[in-house]
Design a protein around this ligand. Structure first.
Ligand SMILES: NC(=O)C1=CN([C@@H]2O[C@H](COP(=O)(O)OP(=O)(O)OC[C@H]3O[C@@H](n4cnc5c(N)ncnc54)[C@H](O)[C@@H]3O)[C@@H](O)[C@H]2O)C=CC1
Ligand SMILES: O=C(O)CCC(=O)C(=O)O
Length: 420
């Protein structure tokens, strides 16, 4: 692992590169280097054993130039200020690349949900929501699920915020339970977007999905739905992993069986799963498999200067945020590995969050078919636009995505005359 990794520096580097190509001056992008608001909170919680524990939490709004801040809440032991700043900034550019009217935000609590009871998670959620309540709201900043959080957590957030306001506020969070105004299709949306993106890139390269081997790191919301949908499209998912390690089968894993197992044994992870012909591998080994498509769907900094040389996939679709450290980008490009960047590949989640918010504001509800169709109608043109601009500039798809996104954000700032 590279010890100097700072995800926020990674974001600034790629933003500066894109701004240079676009001909923007340092002043044009100076404000983008600073999150608009950073809130750090202490969350005292009575634990099940009667003790009191204080957890640390953050909500950061990187930009609200194009609309309210938007982005998930992460519950994970490694949450820290630089990580949340980076995740918030990625949201700004993600919302811009798919052109939805949001800025970027992100939040997190330093805790390990795998070691907490449901009561403890709910208590953390309620106290955290109360602590960040001055910052959030349907017109200001709209949280959603991320690593370690889910629809239930969003339901508790919505309830806590609504209690403070004295009335039901559906639009304060997205990714809620359907009963509370959650959008049909939101729980699958990020994985569905990754599936559309993977199919789009295979089509560009004239590769038949049926002859495509795939390895997926992370079997949470994003990884598991991606596995399900790519398997359904006829791709051969040969390896999957989670925090407990991975499994590999050359002829393709039985994905429906694995998903079934995980839905009943979520906390046991993949460790207890068995299938004829499979072998156990580490997460590090999964990343170095000789597959057509590698899909990191867990955390940041999984591919860096310590392992990029050994990556053998032809294509990497970044389902996680920031899985490739910037120094590894250059190594992968030299090796001829095509990388589809996170801000494009995993944007399906926030796009359907946007649909959820639109439905909440209008008090209407769309069918799942409508949601999925509208999602495709945003993801496919966004992919085409990134592909075209990257090829015109003879650059990577990451640079292409940032050329589009940075321009939209800077032009919005200029139009608002945010600086003189
Ligand atoms: N949930 C969403 O809608 C969106 C999530 N993302 C990103 O996708 C990634 C995954 O998020 P979710 O699936 O929502 O989280 P999740 O909490 O549902 O799942 C995370 C998965 O990663 C695994 N994992 C955790 N630490 C690991 C490690 N050190 N090595 C290997 N695997 C590890 C976990 O065991 C689990 O399978 C994150 O980068 C997140 O920011 C991006 C866009 C939207
Ligand atoms: O659905 C959302 O609002 C944001 C999801 C998210 O956190 C992400 O795209 O990284």
């Amino acid at each position: 692992m590279n010890h100097t990794y700072n995800p926020y520096d990674n974001v600034l580097k790629v933003v500066s590169e894109a701004a240079n190509i676009l001909g923007y001056t340092d002043s044009d992008i100076e404000a983008l280097k600073y999150p608009e608001r950073e809130l750090k909170v202490a969350i005292p919680v009575r634990m099940d054993d009667g003790s009191t524990k204080v957890f640390e939490g953050y909500r950061i709004q990187h930009s609200t130039s194009r609309g309210p801040a938007k982005g998930g809440i992460r519950f994970h032991p490694d949450v820290n200020l630089d990580e949340v700043k980076a995740l918030a900034a990625w949201m700004t550019f993600k919302c811009a690349v798919v052109n939805i009217p949001y800025g970027g935000g992100k939040g997190g609590v330093v805790c390990d949900p795998n070691k907490l009871t449901e009561d403890e998670i709910r208590a953390i959620t309620r106290r955290f929501t109360a602590a960040i309540a001055p910052l959030i709201g349907p017109e200001q900043d709209i949280p959603a699920p991320d690593v370690g959080t889910n629809a239930a957590v969003m339901g508790w957030m919505m309830d806590t915020y609504s209690m403070l306001k004295g009335h039901c506020v559906h639009g304060v969070v997205t990714g809620k339970p359907i009963e509370l105004g959650g959008a049909l299709g939101r729980s699958e949306a990020t994985g569905r977007g990754v599936m559309f993106t993977t199919k789009n890139v295979l089509k560009k390269l004239d590769i038949d999905p049926k002859n495509t081997t795939v390895a997926i790191q992370g079997m949470g919301n994003v990884g598991s739905i991606t596995a399900k949908l790519l398997h359904r499209e006829g791709m051969e998912v040969v390896a999957v992993s989670d925090v407990s390690g991975g499994i590999y089968k050359e002829s393709g894993l039985n994905i429906p069986d694995i998903l079934d197992y995980l839905s009943q044994n979520r906390k046991n992870l993949l460790t207890g799963y068995e299938e004829d012909g499979m072998t156990r591998i580490s997460n590090a080994e999964l990343l170095e498999l000789d597959v057509k498509v590698l899909i990191p769907a867990a955390l940041e900094n999984q591919i860096n200067d310590s392992n990029a040389e050994r990556v053998r996939a032809d294509i990497i679709v970044e389902a996680a945020n920031g899985p490739i450290a910037s120094e590894a980008d250059d190594i992968l490009a030299e090796k001829g590995i095509l990388v589809v960047p996170d801000i494009l590949a995993n944007a399906g989640g926030v796009v359907v969050s946007y649909f959820e918010w639109v439905q909440n504001i209008q008090s209407v509800s769309w069918t799942e078919e409508t949601v999925n169709e509208k999602l495709k109608n945003i993801m496919d043109p966004a992919f085409e636009a990134v592909w075209d601009i990257a090829h015109k500039n003879k650059g990577t798809l990451r640079t292409g995505a940032y050329l589009i996104a940075v321009k939209r954000v800077v032009e919005a700032k200029k139009a608002r005359a945010i600086w003189p």
